[in-house]
Write a protein that binds this ligand. Structure first.
Ligand code: BMA
Length: 321
C-alpha cells in the first residue's frame, strides 16, 4: 500500500499484534522465574525456536528455549535453563547473560548466538555457536564493555564476517549509535565504524539507538529493525524503527524510516517491570507468505508477537515513511 507521507491517517498500522498476546509469560515457565522477555528467534526444521531471556528471582538472567510448530501457540518450554552463565570459565558472565540474537550460518551449518554478558565492567558482547540449541560452544567476548545489541550477519562479505553492535560512549559523554565491524574469523574484529546515528533533539530516537532483531535478508536489502529510546519525564520510551542496508555492502544504508513503526500501546507493553518497552531481539521472515513475524519483549516482563507484510515495510521505507 502506498504511503502518502507524514500524517497519512488512512495508512494502516504496519504491524498487527497477535490476538493471543502475550505468548509467553513467567507463569507458564516450568520453574520459578520473575520475567521472560527479549528472545532471539530462529526457524529450525519448520519449527519456531525462541531463545528466551529468563530473569531469575535474584535478578540475574539466563536463556531458555521455547518451541512452537506455528510460532504463535502451544509452546514447549525446556524444563531447565538451556544456557546458563558459565562464570567459572567465563567470568564476564558474572551477572547473567541477556538479549540474544541468532542467525543460521549456512557455511558452518551452525547457529551463531550473540548475547550480552553482564560483566563486572559492564555489559559486553559474547558469541556462542550451536547446531541444536542443546550443546553450545562458547567463543567468549567479541566486544569489550560497554557494548550490546549485537548480531552477526549470516554470511561472509568478501571473505569477512560482519557484526552490528552498539558501543556506549564512556561516561555517557556522547550519544549511543549503531556500529558495524569486520572480522576474518569471528574472533578478531576491526574497521569499526558508525552505521547510523541516534538522531538529535525532539526525534523519537534521539537518546540512543540499538539493533533489535537480527538482520533479515530481503530481495531489496537487509532489513534492520532497530529500537530508539526517547527520554521523558516519566522514563524511557522504547520504540521500533526500520532501515535497509545494501545486500552486498551492509555498511551502506539505503533507507531509514523517519517515524517509528511500532511502540508500547497495549497494557502488557505499558505495564510491567519496566514500563513502556517493546524490545524485539528476533524476527522470522515467512517469504512464501510475504510475512514478517516480530517477536518482542514487552515491558521487560513477557513475550509477544506482531506481524507485518514485508512488502508494506519496504514500501514504507521507500516512500519516505
Ligand atoms: C535495554 C536492555 C534491554 C531492556 C531495555 C529496557 O538497555 O537492557 O534488555 O529490555 O533496556 O529496560
Amino acid at each position: 500500500m502506498k504511503y502518502r507521507g507524514y500524517g497519512d491517517r488512512n495508512y494502516p498500522e504496519l504491524f498487527q499484534r497477535y490476538e493471543g498476546n502475550p505468548i509467553l509469560t513467567a507463569d507458564m515457565w516450568p520453574y520459578q522465574a520473575n520475567s521472560v522477555f527479549n528472545a532471539a528467534a530462529a526457524e529450525v526444521n519448520g519449527e519456531t525456536y525462541l531463545l528466551v531471556r529468563v530473569e531469575d528471582m535474584r535478578g540475574m538472567s539466563h536463556l531458555t528455549l521455547a518451541r512452537s510448530k506455528d510460532g504463535f501457540t502451544n509452546w514447549i518450554i525446556d524444563e531447565k535453563p538451556t544456557l546458563l552463565p558459565d562464570v567459572e570459565n567465563h567470568p564476564e558472565e558474572l551477572w547473567g547473560i541477556e538479549d540474544p540474537r541468532v542467525v543460521y550460518i549456512d557455511e558452518l551449518e551452525k547457529f551463531a548466538v550473540v548475547y550480552t554478558s553482564y560483566s563486572e565492567g559492564g555489559p559486553l558482547v559474547s558469541l556462542a555457536m550451536t547446531r541444536d540449541f542443546r550443546v553450545f560452544e562458547r567463543k567468549g567476548p567479541i566486544m569489550p564493555p560497554d557494548d550490546k545489541d549485537a548480531s552477526l550477519f549470516p554470511r561472509r562479505f568478501n571473505g569477512r564476517w560482519i557484526l552490528i553492535h552498539r558501543p556506549m560512549p564512556a561516561m555517557r559523554a556522547g550519544k549511543a549509535h549503531i556500529w558495524i565491524s569486520y572480522s576474518p574469523d569471528m574472533i578478531h574484529w576491526g574497521e569499526h565504524r558508525i552505521l547510523f546515528k541516534a538522531r538529535r533533539g525532539g526525534w523519537w530516537d534521539a537518546h540512543k539507538i540499538g539493533l533489535s532483531a537480527q538482520p533479515i535478508e530481503t530481495n531489496e536489502g537487509w532489513l534492520i529493525i532497530y529500537h530508539g529510546v526517547r527520554e521523558t519525564a516519566a522514563g524511557n520510551l522504547y520504540r521500533i524503527g526500520l532501515a535497509l542496508l545494501d545486500l552486498e555492502n551492509p555498511a551502506r544504508v539505503i533507507y531509514r524510516s523517519h517515524q517509528w513503526v511500532f511502540g508500547p500501546k497495549e497494557p502488557y507493553e505499558r505495564t510491567g517491570d519496566v514500563a513502556d518497552v517493546t524490545f524485539p531481539c528476533g524476527a522470522i521472515y515467512d517469504r512464501d507468505q510475504d510475512r514478517l513475524r516480530l517477536y518482542y519483549g514487552a515491558a521487560d516482563t513477557c513475550m509477544a508477537v506482531a506481524t507485518a507484510k514485508m512488502s508494506d515495510l519496504l514500501e514504507f521505507l521507500k516512500s519516505g515513511g
